[in-house]
Design a protein around this ligand. Structure first.
Ligand code: SAH
Ligand code: SF4
Ligand code: F3S
Length: 439
């Protein structure tokens, strides 16, 4: 019987880090660690970091500063740094922060238990040849009826602003059979919705029966799993939206009508400088094709404002594109110069200008988002209940279009897929009441 030790995990950044954190906790679980939500109780603290913008990276060092006192009080406590800052900074983290014991990159975390066992201050930022997924224990953690599943990892696109190709490495797709197994295991534990993850998930090209499979074929195979009601995937690149994937949005009922398809800018000059390899026009044509296949699809995007060289005219072109598409959701960021990326060499747009543009853009997006949400009032939609709400008798879940919905339904259960009527719309969510009858 191994001694029970407590593990506290903090996750920064994207959904893939959420997935990775669960897998690291499972890997350490095999060495006797159980997770805790109370950092003071932890025998090991694991910070799974993000390097995408400067602010995200800085959070690591402010958290490490706070952990210092805790480690003085509890010298046996181990501190591990995982994720994209670990990959980017490696041993530098040990030099900068004496509280850190272990640094492990996103492709080496299956080796975490051995590192903990070995003791001492260690760094592993290799891209090992062995497949980390096949070294990890079988998945068992379960947070409810929805789950992430990493299908593809890494990026070969090298957008001029982005660290991901350096921190996650080259594009790799997991084999079809492994993904189907992992998905079946999740469904057997009660999962009803799976979101396939990848930095460029629609570039998926995994080894499958009869050759290489693309994402559309993988989604069609997943849709055959009994009990799996909903499929989503994120994040996609506009250049990898193949015809068969667009077609799947039209004829695969499990594939939800929501697509996160980052465009970044609406100015061709800036898109070129970003090395995005698509134009505003090609993006608009692509959206038309997607909407032809699935007219009610809700589109979402990422935007960067204040990329080096961005003029007012470029910014207006981005606003024009937003007006032309009509987004139901979006994330927007002020450009952050990242060490080692080509754009970091160029002179930045003054901060006040970038701030003003970000406000502009966010106001426009918020208005579009709100209008689309308000238009749902009176309509009947399906909601997958994820957890009880704060109010007595309330359930909370997501609609097909990924809107958060609060439903007054005292008999509702987590994991239930329910038909509801939308009765109200507020800033970030919808209110609804159950409607009887078959889905
Ligand atoms: N693979 C995805 C996104 C990965 S990062 C894609 O290609 O779209 C998520 C988002 O962070 C990006 O879409 C981009 O909008 C933003 N981002 C990436 N690098 C950034 C930087 N240096 N400064 C500001 N935002 C950045
Ligand atoms: Fe980064 Fe571009 Fe790759 Fe997305 S496609 S991860 S933005 S380099
Ligand atoms: Fe951040 Fe790495 Fe994800 S940089 S956004 S944690 S891929």
């Amino acid at each position: 019987m191994t001694e029970v030790k407590k593990l506290f995990v903090k996750t920064y950044g994207c959904q893939m880090n959420v997935y990775d954190s669960e897998r690291m906790a499972e890997a350490l679980g095999a060495s006797g660690y159980v997770t805790t939500d109370v950092v003071e109780d932890a025998d090991m603290v694991l910070l799974n970091t993000c390097h995408i913008r400067e602010k995200a990276s800085e959070k690591l060092y402010s958290d490490l500063g706070r952990l210092r006192a805790l480690k003085v009080a509890k010298p046996g406590m181990k501190v591990g740094v995982a994720g994209c800052v670990a990959q980017a900074e490696g041993a530098e983290i040990l030099r900068r922060s004496p509280v850190v014991d272990l640094v492990v990159g996103p492709q080496a975390y299956h080796r975490l238990p051995q590192m903990v066992e070995a003791g001492g201050r260690l760094v592993d930022t290799d891209f090992p040849v062995e497949d980390k997924f096949s070294q990890l224990p079988e998945r068992k953690s379960l947070r409810g009826p929805t789950a992430f599943l990493t299908a593809q990892e890494g990026c070969d696109k090298f957008c001029a602003f982005c660290v991901v190709p350096y921190t996650r490495g080259a594009e790799v797709s997991r084999p079809v059979a492994r993904l189907l197994d992992e998905a079946r295991g999740l469904v057997a534990q009660g999962v009803r919705e799976i979101t396939l993850l990848g930095q460029n998930v629609n570039a998926y090209h995994g080894a499958g029966p009869g050759g290489t499979w693309g994402l559309a074929r993988l989604l069609r195979a997943l849709a055959q799993i009994d009990g799996l009601a909903r499929l989503r995937y994120t994040t996609s690149h506009p250049n990898d939206m193949e015809d068969d994937l667009i077609a799947a949005h039209g004829d695969l009922p499990q594939l939800m009508p929501y697509l996160h398809l980052p465009v970044q800018s609406g100015s061709d000059r800036i898109l070129k400088a970003m090395n995005r390899k698509h134009s505003a026009e090609s993006y608009l044509r692509l959206i038309e094709r997607i909407r032809a296949a699935r007219p009610d699809i809700l589109l979402s995007s990422d935007f960067i404002v204040g990329f080096p060289g961005e003029t007012d005219a470029d910014h207006q072109a981005t606003l024009d594109l937003i007006r032309a598409v009509g987004f139901g959701a979006a994330f927007s960021f002020k450009y952050s110069a990242r060490p080692g990326t080509p754009a970091a060499e160029k002179s930045p747009v003054p901060a006040e200008i970038a701030d003003a543009r970000l406000q502009d853009l966010q106001a426009l997006i918020t208005a579009q988002q709100r209008a689309m949400q308000d238009a749902m009032v009176g309509r009947e939609v399906q909601v997958l209940y994820e957890k009880p709400g704060r109010r007595e008798g309330q359930m909370v879940g997501k609609s097909d279009h990924l809107h958060a919905v609060h439903v007054q339904h005292p008999e509702g259960r987590v994991g239930q897929l329910m038909r509801v009527r939308i009765t109200g719309s507020s800033t970030n969510s919808l209110a609804a009441e159950p409607v009887s009858g078959p889905l």
